[in-house]
Design a protein around this ligand. Sequence first.
Ligand code: PMP
Length: 352
Amino acid sequence: MASPRLRAVLDNIPAYRPTDGVYDAVPARPLSANESPDDPLPELRAAIAAAATGINRYPDPGCAGLTRALARRHHVTEDRVLVGAGSVALLQALFQAVGEPGAEVIYPWRSFELYPVLADLAGVRSVPVARPGLASLAERITPDTRLVLVCNPNNPTGAFAGGDELRAFLDRVPPTCLVVLDEAYFEYVRAPGARSGLELLGTRPNLVVTRTFSKAYGLAGLRVGYLVGDPAIVEQLGKVKLAYSVSSVAQHAAITALDLADRLLRRVDATVAERTRLRDALTAGGFTVPDSQANFLWLPLAGRSAEFGRWCTDAGIAVRTFDGEGVRVSVGGGGDNDAFLAAALRWRADGG
Ligand code: PMP
């Protein structure tokens, strides 16, 4: 029987199932999604409960209160800020905004697995460029390149391009090409001399920085992200983004999270300290662990990745396996890091 005709490109996009199994039987130790391990602060829960009383009404489609709070936090004007239902929604808007036949998007690879998917969905050609180094990325820009996307720190490797390298790269991107810095993990960066793209916006109208409330602010379940860029670009992206997509509960929670930023970011300090402890212990145990400036570590186990991933699963620990490349483990809380460490060291002792 004939079936409805959908876009052929969908056949080539792998289903996004990073959490297969995770939600049927929540693993004892969830270290696969780079979430905040900390329980929501009581003030946040109270703000969410209070916002729930108004859910018979539509949310503010312009997210005015949250936009104002973000503008204040980052010392920019409100017309530079756009809020979305998670930063993925804003990345999708960016891809769609440049998506027309012949357009191409380039990004370093290995990086966030959603980038090629968003490119396919938007109908743009995607050009993954082997890391490392932003200089090699700049060399790959062609007249068809409409968007250069850099995940900084990079998911899943944790690599971070610092101030000078970043500035030199940005200076090489032509003004007709958008450059997007995905800073989902920026709050975890401790590299000396680190610069956020937010500090470099002023002189570069083609630069857009995306951030999220899903990691350091602990609101992954509510779906809120934002971008900061040139007002003219922000206005156009606002037309692509679905109106009403950020719920009123999410908007209120994010405003409250910004009010609580000092306390939430102290929790990030604890995660960073755990990152160092875990990396040192793994390295001492014989693992190769590159420096990470995010809330996860990357174990480049190449051909042994799947085996190690299964070992962790069997030990009740969810990690992310990139078959043939490596395993990404989030820095968690409670005893989860120790449980992972013990499992990893057992694997080594067992001949891994
Ligand atoms: N960018 C990167 C690099 C990520 O790792 C993630 C989440 N894993 C996102 C964006 C999306 O985050 P969210 O949609 O929750 O803001």
